[in-house]
Design a protein around this ligand. Structure first.
Ligand code: EPZ
Length: 418
């Protein structure tokens, strides 16, 4: 197990550069097996979720070449359609993209319910609804799924919830289906636009990505392409919040501000001193912070992935801030850890309050999931004394080189393997 040890209470300063988006890369890599030729993806973050996907690709027989500078080349011409074992399925949530990709390529897939952060039940009923609408048969045996189709035929599919995963999985299954598929009430996240642009570069015919209505006209052949992963909007907002918490001046580079419009608006509401300059955002912690109310929503609303992170900043804001989590039923475990550091917080159902300004004190805490862990990093940087965060493996799943990036701006942080 890995532990992060932070000696907090310091003013940091410098520049961080944002890596490729985890939630885009984990969809692009399974999507690559739909290509009939070799495909290259660049700006892939070096995080453990990517390692897990690479292992699944190689297990299936794909030829994978990965460089140290974030480039991955994938040749799926000779992949076999083998059942994906339970342990591989469970290593991450995004393993389920192999359902759509292998169904789209081989019209058959056997795998298990995916892993991922325990922030709620996270069912996959909408994914399965989409596959069945395209003509697939789904057989579920406990947590094992066998999905087969004689033929995949385009259809109109309404998503009861604008699910990111279901939208992506249906696109993957529909790209080579016969005829046209329309996804209604589709998710609009930037990662879906990135996936559509990747597949369209290979010759797919996808329109409307980024809107609630996505049209996919089936094609029979997908050619080679090179695609660069978009910057990680959640990582970007995380470092901007670190800047607002503990930095005399922080420049966050390689950002698409439009992708984090809602979080930036909330930070401005709090009184954060930030300035947007093209693909750079400069932020300082010089202003007194005001309480703020956050309600998580699907894109372009305030992302659920950031509520556990802004919660740590809310401890420094005067007054009682509020969080309303509308997507997941169990995404407040970080607040109990924050309270161990001196935060004043209450949770009632899917609503929480955080009263500030409180001085946090370092202690032993544990990361219960990826974004909870990121929130505790901010708390540790804020707190006086030393904070140890167990479960740091969660954090390394989603933040490339987080220790190096924080050390570079002056943080006293180290990763300990125990
Ligand atoms: C993606 O998860 C992200 N993960 C999550 O980020 C993110 O929190 C989430 O989208 C919402 O933005 C990846 O992209 C790998 P959903 P996903 O399907 O696709 C319910 C992180 O920290 N739902 O949009 O699993 C579901 O239970 C991770 O990087 C169904 O009911 O999210 C949830 O309440 C955490 N049935 C809501 O929809 C379904 O079939 C949104 O889930 C699918 C989803």
């Amino acid at each position: 197990m890995k532990i992060l040890k932070i000696n907090g209470g310091k003013q940091l300063e410098g520049t961080v550069s944002i890596s490729g988006s985890k939630n885009s890369a984990v969809a692009l890599i399974p999507a690559a097996i739909l290509c009939d030729e070799n495909v290259t993806i660049t700006n892939v973050p070096n995080i453990s979720d990517i390692d897990a996907l690479e292992d699944i690709l190689e297990y299936l027989g794909a030829k994978v070449k990965r460089t140290d500078n974030g480039e991955i080349s994938i040749d799926s011409c000779n992949i076999e359609n083998k059942p994906i074992p339970e342990d591989a399925s469970k290593r991450l949530r995004a393993s389920y993209y192999f359902m759509g990709a292998l169904l789209g390529r081989h019209k058959k897939i056997e795998m298990y319910f995916p892993g991922g952060c325990t922030i709620g039940a996270r069912p996959i009923d909408l994914h399965l609804k989409g596959f069945e609408a395209l003509g697939a048969k789904v057989v579920q045996d406990n947590n094992k799924y066998t999905i087969t189709a004689d033929e995949l035929v385009g259809n109109s599919i309404y998503l009861d919830i604008s699910s990111v995963g279901a939208t992506i999985n249906i696109i993957l299954a529909a790209v080579k289906a016969k005829g046209t598929t329309i996804i209604e009430n589709a998710a609009k996240e930037p990662e879906i636009v990135d996936l559509a642009s990747f597949l369209n570069s290979m010759g797919a015919k996808i329109s409307g990505a980024g809107t609630s209505n996505i049209k996919i006209r089936g094609v029979s052949y997908l050619k080679s392409c090179i695609h660069e992963v978009i910057p990680d909007r959640i990582e970007a907002a995380t470092y901007i919040m670190i800047g607002a918490a503990v930095c005399k001046k922080l420049t966050v580079e390689n950002v698409i501000p439009e992708h984090i419009y809602a979080p930036l608006q909330k930070l401005l509401e709090m009184g954060v001193d930030l300035h947007i300059d093209g693909d750079k955002i400069e932020v300082t912690n010089k202003n007194k912070l005001r309480k703020v109310n956050v309600r998580t929503q699907v894109y372009p609303g305030f992302p659920t992935d950031l509520q556990q992170i802004i919660a740590s900043l809310m401890t420094q804001a005067e007054g009682e801030s509020k969080i309303h989590e509308t997507l997941y039923e169990n995404r407040f475990l970080n607040l109990y850890q924050l309270c161990k550091m001196g935060a004043i917080s209450k949770v009632e159902g899917n609503k929480a309050t955080i009263r500030g300004k409180t001085n946090l004190v370092g202690t032993d805490v544990s990361a219960t999931d990826l974004r909870a862990g990121a929130g505790l990093v901010i708390a540790g940087l804020l707190a006086s004394g030393t904070t140890t965060i167990s479960g740091a493996d969660y954090i390394l799943r989603g933040y490339e080189n987080i220790v190096e990036k924080l050390k570079k701006i002056g943080a006293k942080i180290e990763l300990i393997q125990i």
